[in-house]
Design a protein around this ligand. Structure first.
Ligand code: NAD
Length: 331
């Protein structure tokens, strides 16, 4: 079986080659993203493996189908960038990695909260320069604060468990109330109550038509003045322009982002010697109470190993014509 990887990095090559020792598949790694200009490279490959910012629209799928692709294997959880309806019409099956390490993303969420609060990123630079002054570094006790989690799936629940360890009150909202919520000590509530009562709001729901810009001008001003907002889920959950207004009006006092709605043109690349053309991104970045990481919440060795193992298991199941446990279909 020949598998073509798009948007590959050195760490993908390392972890997939190791996981492939068990299967012996022929793996070809391309650095280019999967899009309409690169889809024709899939000629002769039955399986194509893509990552989170590859956009697989109807025209890309048509090209892949023409090249003989039968399986699209996502090495990520979110499938918001794939036109699942067209894939089904063209007979291309789509599989994903629904869970590889909720701990990786939950722990990164906590890292953003703690860094924004205690300003360790600024303290690190000051101390390196021999500046031991504490002015501007004051934080607050996380203990006793109320944290509102939107989305109580694998990552949301894992984040809740960690926050309970800090002594936080955890409010949660989801379209379905998970059975574990009560045991963990999450107070399940409606969105308006969550916005009104939370000192920190953290997003853990997928990007869907219902959640697109769930954080907007209206919802930001339903939150407590001085709120901390964290997004480690998907960039387009947040209307970035509205968040800029919220920061300027000091409605939002802390913003932690691991994702950004236009990240596909920025993240995962070294642009340090280029001029970044995205004015909105540069504006958000300019606030000193904003901390942005480049979609690295998943990036632990444990997660990468699980991603490689589960992706190859998915492909093996397809090859053997087993039931595809991790298949995603248009709803
Ligand atoms: P999950 O499927 O286990 O949980 C998602 C939860 O969101 C579910 O409980 C679902 O019912 C809920 N939900 C769906 N629509 C909702 C809505 N309209 N309002 C409120 N809740 C809603 O997924 P997960 O593994 O917990 O991942 C959550 C998200 O984290 C993913 O969708 C993905 O976008 C993001 N993610 C980010 C990274 C990263 O590196 N930054 C890595 C993995 C996942």
């Amino acid at each position: 079986m020949k598998i073509l990887f798009f948007s590959s990095k050195a760490y993908d090559v390392q972890f997939f080659n190791a996981a492939n020792e068990k299967y012996g598949y022929e793996l070809k790694f391309l650095e280019v993203p999967l899009n309409i200009s690169t889809a024709m490279l899939a000629q002769g490959y039955e399986v194509v493996c893509m990552f989170v910012n590859d956009v697989v629209s109807a025209d890309v799928l048509q090209e892949l189908a023409q090249q003989g692709v039968k399986l699209l294997a996502l090495r990520c959880a979110g499938c918001n960038n794939v036109d699942l309806k067209t894939a089904a019409e063209l007979g291309i099956k789509v599989v994903r990695v629904p869970a590889y390490s909720p701990y990786s993303v939950a722990e990164h969420t906590i890292a953003l909260i703690l860094t924004l609060n205690r300003k360790t990123h600024r303290a690190y630079n000051r101390v390196k320069e021999g500046n031991f002054a504490l002015n501007g570094l004051m934080g607050f006790d996380l203990h006793g604060k109320t944290v509102g989690l939107i989305g109580l799936g694998k990552i949301g629940l894992c984040t809740a468990r960690i926050l309970k360890g800090f002594g936080c009150k955890v409010l949660g909202y989801d379209i379905y109330e998970p059975t574990e919520a009560g045991t963990i000590g999450i107070e399940f509530t409606d969105l308006d109550t969550l916005y009104a009562d939370s000192d920190i709001v953290s997003l853990h729901c997928p990007l869907t038509p219902q959640t697109y810009h769930i954080i907007n001008e209206d919802t930001i001003f339903k939150m407590k003045k001085g709120v901390m907002l964290i997004n480690t889920s998907r960039g387009a959950l947040i209307d970035t322009q509205a968040v800029i207004e919220g920061l300027k009006k000091e409605q939002i006092s802390y913003l932690g982002l691991d994702v950004y709605e236009e990240e596909a043109h920025l993240f995962f690349e070294d642009l340090s010697s280029k001029v970044i053309q995205d004015d909105v991104f540069m504006h958000v970045l300019s606030f000193n109470n904003v901390l942005i990481t480049g979609h690295q919440a998943f990036f632990t060795s444990n997660a990468l190993q699980n991603i490689a193992d589960i992706t190859l298991q998915n492909i093996h199941a397809f090859e053997q014509q087993y039931v595809l446990e991790n298949e995603v279909k248009a709803s």
